[in-house]
Design a protein around this ligand. Sequence first.
Ligand SMILES: [Zn+2]
Length: 203
Amino acid sequence: MGFSSLQSCPSCGVAIGDLSAHVRSTECPHCANWLYLSNNGWTSGGLFEHALDAPSMLRLGRSGVFMDRRFTVAGRLRVTYSSGFWDEWWLEFDDGVHHWLEEDDGRYRLHKKIEMDATDASFANAKVGSTLQINNQRWFVTEKINSEVAGTEGSLPVAAMPGEQVLCIDVIGGGKKLSIEATGRDVSVSQSLVVSGADLLWD
Ligand SMILES: [Zn+2]
């Protein structure tokens, strides 16, 4: 509540310019420490080896048009799991409705955030093939992956901390397919849309 403004870096103390209201983690432009929003306000996650070397047409700061809407690549989250990794790119659109774009081995999915209070659901106990209760509705669990934040850059709408565990769960119910990502602090629920890389028209 009201923590979204960051006046100065908790690590080097240098004043930081205005951040968009949705930003909950960002790299300090002066000392490069990764800063995230915790219960104690803005916290330094320390310097973080990025290891974000895989070639991609997406790049921080690059802009273009997707479905007649202009966007800029504002941040990136690299997630690793037992079988590899994927990237989640944070795209800020000029109309203010921003989206994650998931890039997994050349495949893209655009995530549309769903407002749903999923904080009470017991994700840790969720099992593939069983159901999960969210908002008095039953959802069938189709996939569950334990992953870890392995790299970050730019600014992100989640308080992502390097090395932290992320539980990724896909569920279906009532004709909808949802993706849930849960960390110690945040639960985000989204609906995803498969897109082609050719749909991103770069400047
Ligand atoms: Zn700093």
